[in-house]
Design a protein around this ligand. Structure first.
Ligand SMILES: Nc1nc2c(ncn2[C@@H]2O[C@H](COP(=O)(O)OP(=O)(O)O)[C@@H](O)[C@H]2O)c(=O)[nH]1
Ligand SMILES: [Mg+2]
Length: 221
């Protein structure tokens, strides 16, 4: 039987750690200097709750406009990671635009809100924190989504982001009515964002290494 394939997208202002989170999850490494212009798709097979999934993760880059191609990814995407840095208030504020755009492209008023997780990254930089945990929690309550603080550097809560999204997607597939939450009203306008070259990639070399990252119910293959 073919394993289910889920398409996930990672959004957030440049520099918040989207690529580092994606790389930590897919390859198990922290890349302190990843090219900020690279927008790419990474593939990973995981086992969650005793079932295998093939995940296709779009690590977005560029900040000027949402291109037609990116909108297509959002349209086909089943789960969305919205990342800010706990060390930058602006990156937290910026997420409203990403959220509104996703809801618009997914037509959430008609189809209900898609699976979303709000992520406050760089939790290892506690001394530089300007966005309190309770601010993240409050925004997640407003958006009726899950919330995690993570560190791509320390690999804290990194797997949990993607496992949570897969579980949310499964829940919404099993019970579509449960996701039909009316979209919260917002006055934010649509952002103009640019996308760079979008290519397909996979990371087969990561598979062996990640076998060791095994928890009771979630196994990275
Ligand atoms: N201390 C710390 N630095 C991080 C973390 N995640 C990313 N960074 C750093 O933040 C910068 C931007 O990361 P990157 O993943 O390229 O951000 P992106 O533009 O959102 O893809 C890089 O210098 C990373 O080393 C983290 O969890 N902790
Ligand atoms: Mg990046």
């Amino acid at each position: 039987m073919p394993i289910p394939e889920f398409k996930l997208c990672v959004f957030g202002t440049g520099g918040v750690g989207k690529s580092c989170l994606t790389m930590q999850f897919v390859q198990g490494i922290f890349l302190p200097k990843y090219d900020p212009t690279i927008e790419d798709v990474y593939k990973k097979t995981v086992e969650i709750d005793e079932k295998q999934y093939s995940l296709e993760i779009l690590d977005t880059a560029g900040t000027e406009e949402f291109s037609a191609m990116r909108d297509l990814y959002v349209k086909n995407g089943q789960g969305f990671v919205l990342v800010y840095s706990i060390t930058s208030q602006a990156t937290f504020n910026d997420l409203n635009e990403f959220y509104d755009r996703i809801m618009r492209v997914k037509d959430s008023e008609l189809h209900g809100q898609p699976p979303v997780i709000l992520v406050g990254n760089k939790s290892d930089l506690e001394d530089e924190r300007v966005v309190g945990r309770e601010m993240g929690q409050a925004l997640a309550r407003k958006w009726k989504c899950t919330f995690l603080e993570t560190s791509a550097k320390d690999r804290a809560n990194v797997n949990e982001i993607f496992f949570d999204l897969v579980r949310q997607i499964n829940r919404s597939a099993n019970n579509p009515a449960s996701r039909h939450t009316p979209r919260p009203a917002s006055n934010e306008s649509a952002p103009n964002r640019r996308t760079s070259n979008l290519t397909s990639d996979s990371a087969p070399t990561s598979r062996k290494r990640n076998r060791s990252h095994r928890t009771e119910k979630c196994i990275l293959l």
